[in-house]
Every structure is written in C-alpha cells, then in structure tokens.
Design a protein around this ligand. Structure first.
Ligand SMILES: Nc1nc2c(ncn2[C@@H]2O[C@H](COP(=O)(O)O)[C@@H](O)[C@H]2O)c(=O)[nH]1
Ligand SMILES: [Mn+2]
Ligand SMILES: [Mn+2]
Length: 480
C-alpha cells in the first residue's frame, strides 16, 4: 500500500491524516531519502503509529528512518499521560541502546605509534560479540537488582568511573521508578554475565580523531578541538533488555485486547499509561535502561584502564572525560509545551536521540548555555558527528533528532556487497584498524550498509533540529 506524502519544504514531508489516523505524520528527510524510503514499509509504520490512542502532535520520523519492529527506527511519538499508551515496539528490543563520547588530552599523533596495541588491548578488555561475557564481573541476584535500580551510579559506587561522570549522562544515568521484581528470571539470567559487554553487530567501541570543527564556540564548551582523540561507546541492555521487551510484548498483546485498542499492526501492541500493564512495562523498562547505563559506565572504566596500560600514562595525563551519554531507544516522562500549554507526556524515542536546547533544566550545567550534546554515529569507515540540541527540536520534535545514519542494506545484502573484498585491508589502507569477533560481523557493517551520515545530519541542521559541532573520524574500531 502506498503512503500519501505531501512535501512541505526541502526537508519536511507530511503524511496527511486519513482513515484510523488520529494525527498526521511528519517525516524529516530530503527528496533522495524519501525516494528510497517509498520502497520500504517504514512510512506505513509512521502512519500506523498515528492511529494509537492519546498521541499528541504528529507521528514523527527522523532522517535515519528505516523499518523497525512496529514503530520505525528513527521514530518519535509522544502520548498524553491520561489518554495515551506505552508500547514496547516504540522503544525497541535493545532498551536504552545509546552512545557515549569521551574526550581526551591526547592527539591522534600521540597514539598512532601504539594504535595496533591499543586496539588489541581494548578488544581484550571489553568483551564483544554475540553472547559475550566478562568472566570476572558476575554479580549476585541481589546485586543485579541494585544495578537495575541505580544504573550508572551502581557502577561508580563499585569503582567503575567517577562521580563526575554521572553529571554527564542523560537522566543522570538512572531512570527513576525501576522495579526489578517485574523483570523475569529469564531476563535476569540473560543479563547476569553481560554487564560490561558490547554485544554484536552495530554495537561498537571506536577510537576517533576530531577531524573538523564546525562551531568553535560550542566545541570549546564541549572540550573538543581538531586532532584530539575521542572514544565512542555504542551499546545497550544486551540480553536482559531484549528479554524484557519480549516478555512484555506478550502481555501488551493481551492488554491491547483487554482495553479495546485497535491495532493496524500487532507489533504496535500497547497498554494505556494509566493501566497496571502500562505502568509495569515502564518500571521494567526503566530497570533495563539502568542496566544499559551501568553497562556503558563499566566499559568506560575498562577503556580508561586500557589507555593507561598501553600509553603508560595516568588519569590526570589522559583526561578521558565523559562528554555525554545519550539514550536512543527509550520512553520517558517529559514536560513539553503543546499549543502554549505545558503537558506531561510519555515520549517514545526509537532510534532517535534527545536533543534539548540551550537553557533546558535537564541539560547538564556545563552545557546549559549551548544545548545538550547529541551523538550521531555514522559508520566504521567514514565519520560520526557531534551536535547540540536546539529550540527547533523542542518546537517540532519533542526535543529529538536522528540517532545515526540508518541502514540502507540488510545484513544479507551487505555481506553480498562485501563478498570477495578484504574489508579490513581496505580500512587499514585508510588508517582505520578493525578488531572484530568475526569476519561476517565486519562484512555486515561495511560503510555501504549505511546512509551517509553527513547527509542525515545536514537534514537535521536545515530543519533546525540541531546544530553541527564536530566531525569525528575512526582510527580503531572494536566490533562485536
Ligand atoms: N561510527 C560508527 N557508527 C556505526 C558503526 N556501526 C553502526 N554505526 C551507526 O550507529 C547507528 C546506530 O545504530 P543502531 O543499532 O542503534 O540503530 C547506525 O545507524 C549507524 O549509523 C560503527 O562501527 N562505527
Ligand atoms: Mn543496540
Ligand atoms: Mn543503538
């Protein structure tokens, strides 16, 4: 079924309200992105989300939109506290998948002579790959419950990182109201040995160089300068979050029937925010989100340790400080002004990043004057971007932007494109070292599998949803 699209301007497209839609759809993309999208069902998914009860404002899609489970990846939808619903498909299987960015006092030239050793050490110290486990960090069930309740603060209290880190994490690294009792034994079991692990596929740990600064004043506030070494960490809640999503999808299907919610797609199953099922999903989701915050915090400590081992420098010399940590698969309670009225909304961001503007009280004090840092990875062979949020995002997208470049090739298609090529050697020729759990993982993640993230963030910039601050180029990539 083709989806009606009306072009508003060079980066906005409306899906007009029709049929069971309660609101319109609004897609941020350029004409070329839209042309490729029409072959996908992602636009249909934007339209389907618009049928859900209590949706406030349009059903939104960011320029990295592609097909996802129920909601599109790159989708944003806000729901009224009384009339609205919460849907696990609007968060995704990898609850609180997210990105954090560390800056350092090093330049790319400082690490080039030891880059191979650094890549090997990071690969050894941070377990990666499907089902990866760190053997010397197993937690008891009681302790795991504390992880789910306290998030990154649990990790800091256990010696993984510094209290200062917590000030530079979305929500302070801990969603309130998590209830570990609502998380199944199977989910607890799956997560037990996965704290401090990257996982597979699209997840990565990347040593980067700041290649270009686009806004010197903002870069200065973020502590970024050309030639500097940064480290990005992209991972989420691993098997624990996956299992929480899976467990609740079953309950949400029953709840949709119980509350008489008509679904254009079973994958959109949901429950009213005021219902026990809705509240329980949010409390379990918060637990999984906190697990992910702790996960990225522990990996950060091992990144710092790895740099110290290889470079023989101490923390004061390396100054591997956390710039920011953002979630991109989450549902959160936030206050937004809609038609001149402040409203408490449950904002679903599924493959979308929060992008709060300068002056917002939830933006860390250090960045209050410039806006919340927004971390947009690209791919392992080209570049990634740092942006800051803007008033435009607050006005149009409930303070949200894209979360990455977005896939254009399936894993299978990417492997076909990579067939017969020596991807590691191609990247090495361009000064990029790869360490991965397997060759297939590298083939599936070639640059051609993703849109050019420069084009994606350019749409964000032109639409006024964010300000581009810096471009980072990969030097060493650890892949699962
Ligand atoms: N810099 C890198 N970016 C990468 C890599 N692999 C994937 N990506 C980007 O991350 C986003 C987010 O992925 P998702 O799984 O959360 O949807 C993705 O769209 C890519 O743009 C990498 O190795 N390095
Ligand atoms: Mn993920
Ligand atoms: Mn992710």
């Amino acid at each position: 079924m083709t989806v009606k699209l009306q072009q508003i301007d060079d980066c906005r497209w409306r899906i007009p309200r029709e049929g069971a839609m309660r609101t319109e759809g609004l897609v941020f993309a350029d004409a070329r992105m839209i042309a490729t999208l029409q072959e996908e069902q992602a636009l249909e998914q934007v339209r389907n989300v618009a049928t859900l009860p209590g949706i406030v404002g349009p059903s939104l899609a960011m320029p990295d939109i592609h097909w996802g489970y129920g909601f599109p990846i790159g989708g944003v939808a806000a729901f009224d506290a009384e009339e609205g619903v919460v849907s696990p498909g609007g968060v995704g299987y990898d609850i609180n998948c997210g990105v954090r960015l560390l800056r350092s006092a090093l330049t790319a030239n400082d690490i080039k002579p030891v880059l191979a050793k650094l890549a090997d050490t990071l690969f050894r110290n941070v377990p990666a790959g499907v089902g990866s486990e760190r053997r010397d960090l197993k937690v008891s069930l009681a302790e795991q419950r504390r992880v789910l309740e306290r998030g990154a603060a649990w990790a800091v209290a256990r010696g993984y990182g510094e209290t200062e880190d917590l000030r530079h994490i979305e929500a302070g690294g801990m969603l309130p109201d998590a209830d570990s009792e609502l998380i199944s034994e199977r989910a607890m079991e799956r997560g037990r040995a996965q704290l401090g692990t990257l996982g597979s596929g699209n997840h990565f740990l990347e040593v980067q160089e700041v290649e270009e600064i686009f806004d010197a004043a903002v870069a200065d506030v973020l502590g970024l300068c050309t030639g500097q070494v940064t480290v990005s960490i992209h991972t989420g809640s691993r098997g624990l979050g996956y299992q929480v999503c899976d467990d609740f999808l079953k309950r949400m299907l029953q709840a949709s029937r119980k509350y008489g919610i008509e679904l254009p797609d079973r994958q959109l199953c949901c429950a009213p925010l005021t219902s026990p099922e809705g509240r329980e999903y949010l409390a379990a989701m918060a637990g999984a989100a906190n697990f992910a915050f702790a996960n990225r915090q522990i990996i950060t400590a091992w990144v710092r340790e790895s740099f110290e081992q290889v470079l023989g420098l101490g923390p004061a010399q390396l100054r591997l400080s956390l710039i920011y940590d953002v979630c991109h698969n989450i549902a959160k309670w936030e206050t937004h002004t809609v038609d001149g009225r402040a409203r408490r909304l449950c904002v679903h961001r599924k493959g979308a990043t929060r992008a709060f503007p300068p002056g917002h009280p939830e933006t860390p004090e250090a960045y209050r004057a410039v806006g919340q840092p927004v971390l947009i990875p690209g791919d392992m062979g080209r570049y990634s971007y740092v942006l800051v949020g803007s008033a435009g995002a607050m006005a149009e997208t409930f303070g949200s932007t894209c979360h990455g470049a977005g896939r254009v090739l399936s894993r299978h298609a990417a492997k076909k494109v990579a067939h017969g090529r020596r991807i590691e050697a191609e990247l090495a020729e361009r000064g990029i070292l790869i360490r991965a759990a397997g060759r297939a993982a590298v083939a599936e993640e070639i640059s051609e599998a993703y849109k050019d993230v420069a084009e994606v963030v350019d749409v964000v910039r032109r639409a006024g949803l964010g300000k581009i601050v810096a471009r980072l180029r990969p030097l060493a990539v650890i892949k699962g």
